[in-house]
Design a protein. Sequence first.
Length: 398
Amino acid sequence: MHVILFDAAVRTALLPLTYARPVADLRIGSLTIAEKWSRHLQAPVSYLTQDYLSSIFPLESGPANLLIDGSLLPTVELLSLLQNIPLHTAYYEGDQLLLGHLDQDDLDALRQQQTLKARRKDMPNLPLLRIQRPADIFLHNERALREDFELITSGRTSAPLPDTNQLIGPADQLFIEPGVSIDGAILNTRSGPIYLGRDATILEGCLFRGPIAVNAGAVVKMGAKVYGGTTIGDRCKVGGELSNVVFQANSNKGHDGYLGNAVIGEWCNIGAGTDASNLKNDYGAVKVWSYADRARRATGLQFHGMIMGDHSKTGIGTMLNTGTVIGFSTNVFGPGFPPVFLPSFSWGGAEGLTTYRPEKAMVTASRVMARRGDTFGPDQEALFQHIFAESNSLRETV
């Protein structure tokens, strides 16, 4: 049976983070949503996503296909339900498909937005955990880190912690993969587990308070202060002060500066001294830009930091207001506070924005990716061109 994670309508509400990936490729905890499902179901997964992403995230299907809304995280109850869905059955919440066991004909009908022949059933009243807005990623990250720690480390033995470090708290809540380099750090596992991925580097003077994940190949710079609820994705480089921040992968925040209650996409660079507020001066609830509503909307949250799409950057000393949303391939710099919403392919800051032409953006992206040994190819070029065209109307509003 083919396991397929599909993009539901919530994909728009998760922009700019889903411009360059399906919903299920979002990271929460140590793993992406897709990686969680693959481990729990012990099967490979593929994606039913936007047409312009399909060459990067291909669909694999057959006579029997288990479809799962990509915004759903695995829970015990949901996994139990999935084991007993007969073929030709689809579960809905209102008009929204959540789960289905479909044949190829029904899968084709779903792709063409036609009516399914599968038997329609109401979704049982189960405790569902869904990612429906960017804030949900940092809100649920602490829980996801704890669950992923158990999923990844169960039945395995950690590499030893070198004696140049200090551990505060239970040793079974620290897991070190092979190839990790760590010296002169203080790690506190009393408040949650700490996971250090394969070949990660933790430089001298780092302070960790769990739950935290530092994924494979990531680097944490000297003297960094990393608080709980933080995920440092694969091959990221981070420094300064972090609290409840999720880095997708391959992004840099290598210097001093504060980020809290934030989500950072892939291939981003946050300049030295960048500080992003996560609390208003009046301690009131934060409003943020909603791509679904094309307007700022109340979040009901007192703490909400920056949301940054892939390939975006800030210059040195950049100051960002509470709840700033930065699109895909946007460069933010200059004195003062820039707007709280910066559309994709914007260039500038408080003194005004101009359009960052995709031709120039792609040259920069190819250089950035080459530093990690990745290639900027035709699929990436098509991705940039599509997002530039799709985001054009938003650039006209600011």
